[in-house]
Design a protein around this ligand. Structure first.
Ligand code: NOJ
Length: 556
C-alpha cells in the first residue's frame, strides 16, 4: 500500500483562490478558510503553487527567496498554521519546488551578476556572446532569445523562461547542495512532498549548441538540448539519495516532452528518482503545426491512443499522474467538453473518463464546479506573461489581432487563473476589493455555493468519484484495456483486478451514440457504479449513449 497511489490531489493557485484581507490577491488565510470545503470534497493532498517571495514576473514561478513566504500571501506563521490545519484534517501538503531557475532578484543572482569571480557566479549559466550576438540561437519559452546580456560583466545569462528567471547551473555541486538543504528545511517543517517545476530541464547538453534552424529564424527552440538532458537521471538520483529517501513523501515532476520510455525511468521505484511525472502529450493533441497557439480540433482517437499508451506503458513499472487541468492549461470543460448546453454533463463525463484510470488524479481549483474559459475583450485585461509576450510577438509578425485573440481565448493560461467562483455575490466572493485579474462573468450561475447546494452538481459528482476510489481498490490498482480504439465518439475501457472488472464508457460527443461491447470482451455487469444520467436497467452489451454520457459498470 502506498498512500500517494491511493490519494487524490487538489491544486491551489493561491493568487486566485481566496482573498481574506481585501487586497484583491488570494492569500494563506483565505486558503485556511476554505479547508473544510476541500475536506468535504474528499481530497487527500493539497498542492500549493509557489507562495515564496517573488517579484511576480511569472506569478511566483520566479522565486527571490526559497525559504520565506510572499508578503501578499501572509507570513511564515500563517503558513505554519495552514500546515497544522491541513494535517489536523487528515490531509497532506505538497509544495512547489522551482529550481530550474530562480528570480533575478534572488540574492544568489544579485551576487552572481556582480563579477566573474564572485563565489555565486557559477550558480547560473553565463556565456560570452558569439560574433556580437547571443551565445546560441535558443528561443525562450516565453518568446524572444533565451539569453540576456548583462552590462556589468559583459556576458549573457541563460533564461529558458522570462529574463527575470535566470536558469540555475546544476553542473555546480555547490548549487545542488544549496537546493537539497533548502528542500530539507521545508521537509523538516513537516511537508509531505514536492511538485517539481520543469524539473526535466535542469541538465543541459554541454557546450549549449545552436539548434538546427533550416528556416533561418532569429531564435528557435533549443529544447532537445535541455529537456531530459544527459545528467538528468543522475541529478534526480542524487536528490533522492541526499533528500527524498529520508522522508515519507510524494514527488511529481513536471516534464514537458517526456515520453513513456523516459517516464519509466523517472518513475520506476527501483531507480529511486520520482514517484510520478506530469506528461504533456495529451495536452498537445489539439495543437496545430507550430505549437499551442495554432488551434486544431481534438481527434478522440488520438486521445485514446495516447492515454492508453501511458496506462499500459507505466503499469507495473512506474505510476501515472492523471490530469486535465492546471494553472497553465485552459479549462477542460471548454476544451474537450461543451461549456454551454452540456456543461454539467460534459464536465462529469470528462471527470469519469480520467478518474477511472490508473494513476493519481489531480484536480485543479474550480474544475470541480465546472469553471470555464474566459473571453476578455481587451488584451489589457490579460496578466500572464506568456500570453502578453505571444500577443506582442504575433502582432510584430503582422498577424490579425482577432485571430491572435481567438488563440488566447482557447489556450491562454489566464483561462485557469481567473478568481475562484465561491458564490453569486460581488467578485464571486473571492475578494471584497478589486481582484488582481477580472472574474469570469458567469459566476452568478457557476459557483461553489450553488454547486454544494445542488445534489446533481459537478461538485457532488467529483465527491462521488473520489469516494469510489477509496472503496474500490480496482480503481487504483486494476489493469487497463482499451475498447473500440477506432470509435470517433466513444472512449471506453475495462479495468481488471483480483477477479473484478469495471467497464467505463464515455461519450465525447453531443450526439446520441450507439455503444456496442465488442464480442470478444468478456464482461458481466453487476451494477452501475456511477453515471451522469439516470439509466434504466437494460442490455449492457448494447445501448444508446446520450450527449456526453458516462457510465461505469462494475462486474466480472
Ligand atoms: C511551469 C509552470 O507550471 C509555469 O506556470 C511556469 O511559467 C513555468 N514552469 C516556469 O516556471
Amino acid at each position: 500500500m502506498t498512500w500517494w497511489k491511493e490519494s487524490v490531489v487538489y491544486q491551489i493557485y493561491p493568487r486566485s483562490f481566496k482573498d481574506s484581507n481585501g487586497d484583491g490577491i488570494g492569500d494563506i488565510k483565505g486558503i485556511i478558510e476554505k479547508l473544510d470545503y476541500l475536506k468535504d470534497l474528499g481530497v487527500d493532498v493539497i498542492w500549493l503553487s509557489p507562495i515564496y517571495p517573488s517579484p511576480n514576473d511569472d506569478n511566483g514561478y520566479d522565486i527571490s527567496d526559497y525559504q520565506d513566504i510572499m508578503e501578499e500571501f501572509g507570513t511564515i506563521r500563517d503558513w505554519e498554521k495552514l500546515l497544522d490545519e491541513i494535517h489536523g484534517r487528515g490531509m497532506k501538503l505538497v509544495m512547489d519546488l522551482v529550481v530550474n531557475h530562480s528570480s533575478d532578484e534572488h540574492e544568489w543572482f544579485q551576487e552572481s551578476r556582480k563579477s566573474k569571480d564572485n563565489p555565486y557566479r557559477d550558480y547560473y549559466i553565463w556565456h560570452q556572446g558569439k560574433d556580437g550576438k547571443e551565445p546560441n540561437n535558443w528561443k525562450s519559452n516565453f518568446s524572444g532569445s533565451a539569453w540576456q546580456y548583462d552590462e556589468e560583466t559583459q556576458e549573457y545569462y541563460l533564461h529558458l523562461f522570462s529574463k527575470k528567471q535566470p536558469d540555475l547551473n546544476w553542473e555546480n555541486p555547490k548549487l545542488r547542495r544549496e537546493v537539497y538543504n533548502m528542500m530539507m528545511w521545508w521537509l523538516d517543517k513537516g511537508i509531505d512532498g514536492f511538485r517539481m517545476d520543469v524539473i526535466n530541464f535542469i541538465s543541459k547538453v554541454p557546450g549549449l549548441p545552436d539548434a538546427p534552424n533550416p528556416e533561418g529564424k532569429k531564435y528557435v527552440s533549443g529544447s532537445k538540448y535541455y529537456r531530459n538532458g544527459p545528467r538528468i537521471h543522475e541529478f534526480l538520483q542524487e536528490m533522492n539519495r541526499e533528500v527524498l529517501s529520508k522522508y515519507d513523501v510524494m514527488t511529481v515532476g513536471e516534464m514537458p516532452s517526456v515520453d513513456v520510455e523516459e517516464a519509466k525511468k523517472y518513475t520506476n521505484e527501483a531507480r529511486n528518482e520520482l514517484n510520478m511525472v506530469f506528461q504533456f502529450e495529451h495536452m498537445g493533441l489539439d495543437n496545430g503545426e507550430g505549437g499551442k497557439w495554432n488551434l486544431k480540433p481534438l481527434d478522440l482517437r488520438d486521445l485514446k491512443e495516447n492515454l492508453t499508451k501511458w496506462q499500459t506503458g507505466l503499469h507495473g513499472v512506474g505510476w501515472n499522474s492523471l490530469y486535465w487541468n492546471n494553472h497553465d492549461q485552459p479549462r477542460i470543460v471548454s476544451r474537450f467538453g461543451n461549456d454551454k448546453e452540456y456543461r454539467v454533463e460534459s464536465a462529469k463525463m470528462l471527470a469519469t473518463c480520467l478518474h477511472m484510470m490508473q494513476g493519481t488524479p489531480y484536480i485543479y481549483q474550480g474544475e470541480e464546479i465546472g469553471m470555464t474559459n474566459v473571453r476578455f475583450d481587451s488584451i489589457d485585461d490579460y496578466k500572464d506573461i506568456e500570453t502578453l509576450n505571444i500577443y506582442k510577438e504575433k502582432m510584430e509578425e503582422g498577424q490579425d489581432p482577432t485571430q491572435i485573440m481567438e488563440s488566447i481565448y482557447a489556450k491562454g493560461r489566464d483561462n485557469g487563473r481567473t478568481p475562484f467562483q465561491w458564490d453569486a455575490t460581488k467578485n464571486a466572493g473571492f475578494t471584497t476589493g478589486e481582484p488582481w485579474i477580472k472574474v469570469n462573468d458567469n459566476y452568478p450561475e457557476i459557483n461553489a455555493e450553488q454547486a454544494v447546494a445542488d445534489p446533481e452538481s459537478i461538485y457532488h459528482y467529483y465527491r462521488e468519484l473520489i469516494a469510489l476510489r477509496k472503496t474500490h481498490p480496482i480503481i487504483v490498482y486494476g489493469d487497463y484495456t482499451l475498447l473500440l480504439p477506432e470509435h470517433e465518439e466513444i472512449f471506453a475501457y475495462v479495468r481488471a483486478y483480483e477477479g473484478e472488472k469495471l467497464l467505463v464508457v464515455t461519450n465525447f460527443s453531443q450526439d446520441n451514440v450507439e455503444f456496442q461491447l465488442p464480442d470478444d470482451a468478456d464482461f458481466t455487469a453487476k451494477e452501475l457504479l456511477i453515471g451522469n444520467y439516470s439509466v434504466s436497467e437494460g442490455d449492457i452489451r448494447r445501448f444508446t449513449m446520450k450527449p456526453f454520457e458516462a457510465r461505469v459498470y462494475i462486474g466480472k
